[in-house]
Write a protein that binds this ligand. Structure first.
Ligand code: FMN
Ligand code: ZN
Length: 460
């Protein structure tokens, strides 16, 4: 007797050959992974109450290459319009899944019903790159609802759900699993999912019981074995808290990508290389601080800070101005009211310590009337002088306009080093140099991964 005795028959019945041409599926899957998803290595996990649209946009800005929505309940999604509107709207506001700023995106559902899962997948098929089945949620609520990791023993039901969704929806189906304690069961499980037709498998290297205080370290060894056993792309999850962890995990497991949840929440720039190593010019930073603190600097009592900033000679000195500003301004707002009004009049009413626009004063009214003189000779003289003055003024204005124009950026700037214009093709909004740097890092990681994979081939 083992604790899985009641499942063995079900498992065996679920392990049949695929109901599709596997060779073709593998070929298509890899070209989708490469050409549509662009071989994402850095993946932001599905996170309830966290991997919402704004967070995904922010994470992508800092090098995340594939994001998941939070988990949605398929059964609620298909029957409840309010639930859809609140989570992943299917009408009206279609920002989520927008090809312009929310791709690549996987929509994750939990479900235990064949019809609910395939119907939900069909409903989002146009607004994502894949629909992911959550088989990893270990929480009590998932136990009560019998979904997530609490259905990881129900292989034949899982298989039918995936097969039906593939048949009904024209979108790729993926799954996110946890490991079993037993290695061979984990490998059979992963293989069964591949035969069911998933296009990508994410494996979290922890068991269902490893949660809360028992979370412990994730097992990368089993992830490596799953990667070796499968032919579809495999993503590793667990214990990735910094860029070095990500690189180590790819090296040690040979996976195609790594996914982080908590690491990303504490540092959405986790995948970003060290920012301070490529700071923009001091004058740029100073310029930003001057603008942000403009209204503060108009107050006499902050003159000292203004001078400090003007004289700052390095990054640390500018940092001290920012700290000083924080110290002196932090407690001014008794209401702790930090939302920014939408309309100009309200914005301008804000006190000086809040960020608000700068409105240029109007040029002073014409002074012609004041200069009227009774003496006609004087008038002539004055007219001449005035004309001369106006010519001079026009010339000066022209010169200034040119100068201002030359200072104004002609292109959108790189978000990494705001001194350079953005490259036209870089999806990370980087300039050519930064984009190239990022690419070379990716190639390095890719070649390390390839190397370990090859090295491993030699060993076996
Ligand atoms: C706030 C939070 C919400 C989560 N929500 C989901 C979810 O909706 N679906 C899911 O599959 N996993 C969810 N997870 C689990 C993560 O996706 C991930 O598998 C787990 O946290 C392990 O990765 P980590 O070590 O990088 O945190 C969540 C985790 C956190 C911290
Ligand atoms: Zn740049």
């Amino acid at each position: 007797m083992d604790k899985y005795d009641s499942f063995h028959a079900d498992w065996e019945s679920s392990e049949g050959p695929p109901n599709f041409d596997m060779e073709e599926h593998i070929r298509d899957t890899w070209s989708w992974f490469r050409d549509v998803l662009k071989s994402p290595k850095f993946v932001v996990a599905p996170m309830v109450d966290a991997s919402e649209l704004p967070w995904r946009v922010l994470s992508r800005r800092y090098s995340a290459e594939l994001c998941y929505t939070p988990m949605f309940h398929a059964a609620n999604y298909i029957k409840d319009a309010t639930y859809r509107r609140e989570n992943f709207p299917d009408t009206g506001d279609l920002e989520q899944g927008s090809p312009e700023f929310d791709r690549p995106l996987f929509v994750q559902f939990c479900a235990n019903d064949i019809n609910a899962f395939s119907t939900a997948a069909k409903m989002v098929e146009d607004r994502c790159d894949a629909v992911d089945l959550n088989l990893g949620c270990p929480q009590m609520i998932a136990k009560r609802g019998h979904y997530g990791a609490h259905m990881m023993e129900d292989w034949s039901n899982i298989r039918k759900m995936i097969e039906e969704a593939r048949k009904v929806a024209k979108v790729r189906i993926t799954a996110k699993i946890r490991k079993f304690e037993d290695e061979s069961i984990t490998l059979r499980y992963a293989k069964m999912l591949e035969n069911a037709g998933v296009s990508l498998l994410t494996i979290h290297g922890r068991t269902r019981d490893q949660r809360g205080p028992n979370t412990g370290l994730a097992d990368w060894q089993i992830i490596k074995k799953v990667k070796e056993a499968l032919r579809v792309p495999v993503v590793a999850n667990g214990n990735i808290q910094c860029l070095q962890n990500a690189i180590d995990c790819m090296e040690q497991t040979g996976v195609d990508g790594i996914m982080t949840a908590e690491g990303n929440l504490y540092n959405p720039a986790l995948f970003f290389w060290n920012f301070t190593s490529s700071l923009p010019a001091l004058s740029c930073i100073r310029g930003h601080v001057f603008k942000i603190l403009h209204h503060v600097f108009q107050q006499e009592e902050y003159r000292d800070m203004r001078d400090m900033l003007a004289q700052a000679n390095d990054f640390d000195e500018i940092g001290r101005v920012a700290e000083e500003a924080k110290r002196r301004l932090e407690n001014l707002d008794e209401n702790n009211e930090y939302t920014s009004p939408q309309i100009m009049d309200d914005l301008l009413m804000l006190p000086y310590w809040r960020c608000k626009p700068y409105v240029r004063p109007k040029p002073s009214e014409t002074t012609e009337n004041n200069s009227r003189k009774r003496n006609s000779g004087m008038i002539e003289e004055n007219l001449k002088r005035k004309k001369h003055k106006e010519q001079k003024k026009a010339k000066y204005q022209e010169k200034m306009a040119k100068e201002v124009d030359s200072l104004r950026p002609k292109y959108e700037m790189c978000i990494k080093c705001p001194g350079n214009p953005r490259g036209l093709k870089c999806t990370f909004l980087f300039c050519k140099a930064c984009c190239r740097k990022r690419l070379s890092m990716m190639i390095q990681i890719a070649s390390v991964t390839e190397y370990t994979a090859k090295h491993h081939e030699k060993l076996i």
